[in-house]
Design a protein around this ligand. Sequence first.
Ligand SMILES: [Zn+2]
Length: 72
Amino acid sequence: MADAPPRRATADALCAEPCPICGRPAVAATRPFCSTRCANVDLNRWLTGVYAIPESESQDEDGRPPEESGKA
Ligand SMILES: [Zn+2]
């Protein structure tokens, strides 16, 4: 029986891209983030950006879409 040398699992972590939120090495379980917390932070940013609808959009809801207006 040959005792294989222990593989460096940490090597993967070093190769992984840093967490976009805090810059720490990302974990496979929560890639590309280092933890679920950072993942939630990013998710929050996403949701905030999506829900941040410009007020000008509300005008479209009042009438017909601009595409229909072009057609006589
Ligand atoms: Zn992080």
